[in-house]
Design a binder for this molecule. Structure first.
Ligand SMILES: [Zn+2]
Length: 279
């Protein structure tokens, strides 16, 4: 593959949704010069993404345990220490954080479990000088809107570690759907915070997110699909895949009223800066 044109900074092409045509999906990425960071959600899938990244050029890996996966982080840590997990193409830690949206997320014990798991990821990321790939999803309040409970707890935890570790703690908000106010909370903790913009930005009702995309400096925006989920318009409702990140990058440029080529280049450079995804 020649030089990259686009990067999908969060994708799951190791999931079985792609078992039937993973080669074709990967060929389309080569043809369109789209790179990707494949993201683990458990020990098993973290091993898969490391293997995939090793075998495909312009694919990098992110390892960790999703907050809804009931597993400890230690088995990943010990495999890194023993050398069984090769870190050469691991560019981030996660997806990690807090998810109070899914079932059970409201019990006190479950919240505590997720918070402890999150802290293990933070300590590992600091030790290995890697950025965190944050997954934060809050419960829904009585008014039908986000309660921001998981966001507020995550901010508290990040703030604690920031006090102790300063610049050694770096994080990226994956699948950003919130608006300017919440983005400002993250930026107050670390002005280097970056935001992964998914296909949701192309949905008509995503007004807060669209406002955020217009408000943020372009240097703080990263493009992602979260494939197989959340395909952008005009693919909405179908299985998502990394090459659809092109539609997302174009939508970001159009929303901001900026040149598509300028936007494309800057988003690629942003990923190289944050995740060291240098082809
Ligand atoms: Zn994901």
């Amino acid at each position: 593959m020649s030089t990259l044109q686009y990067i999908d900074t969060h994708t799951h092409i190791h999931f079985d949704d792609f078992d039937g045509d993973r080669k074709e999906v990967s060929d389309r990425m080569s043809d369109m010069r789209v790179g990707a960071i494949v993201v683990g959600t458990s020990l098993e899938t973290s091993l898969q993404v490391v293997k995939l990244a090793k075998s495909v050029s312009n694919v990098w890996a992110c390892i960790g345990v999703h907050p809804n996966t009931v597993e400890n982080f230690e088995p990943i840590n010990s495999r890194v220490n023993s050398g069984e997990i090769d870190m050469s193409k691991v560019v981030a830690v996660g997806e990690c954080g807090l998810d109070y949206f899914r079932s059970d997320g409201t019990s006190k014990e479950e919240r505590k479990r997720q918070q402890n798991l999150f802290k293990e990821h933070i300590e590992f990321a600091i030790q290995h000088r890697l950025p965190l790939m944050l997954h934060i999803r809050s419960g829904v309040g009585d008014d039908g809107k986000s309660a921001y409970d998981a966001h507020n707890d995550a901010l508290k935890i990040l703030q604690e570690y920031k006090k102790e570790h300063g610049g050694g703690l770096r994080f990226h908000c994956h699948f950003t759907t919130f608006g300017v106010d919440m983005a400002q909370e993250f930026l107050a903790i670390d002005e280097r915070t970056t935001f992964g913009i998914p296909g949701v930005v192309t949905y008509k009702n995503a007004k807060d997110l669209q406002e955020l995309v217009k408000w943020l400096p372009l240097e703080k925006i990263l493009s992602e699909t979260d494939a197989p989920y959340a395909a952008p318009v005009p693919h909405r409702g179908r299985r998502n895949e990394p090459v659809f990140v092109i539609d997302i990058v174009n939508a970001i440029a159009d929303l901001r009223g900026e040149d598509r080529e300028v936007t494309r280049k800057q988003l690629l450079a942003n990923s190289q800066r944050v995740f060291n995804t240098n082809a």
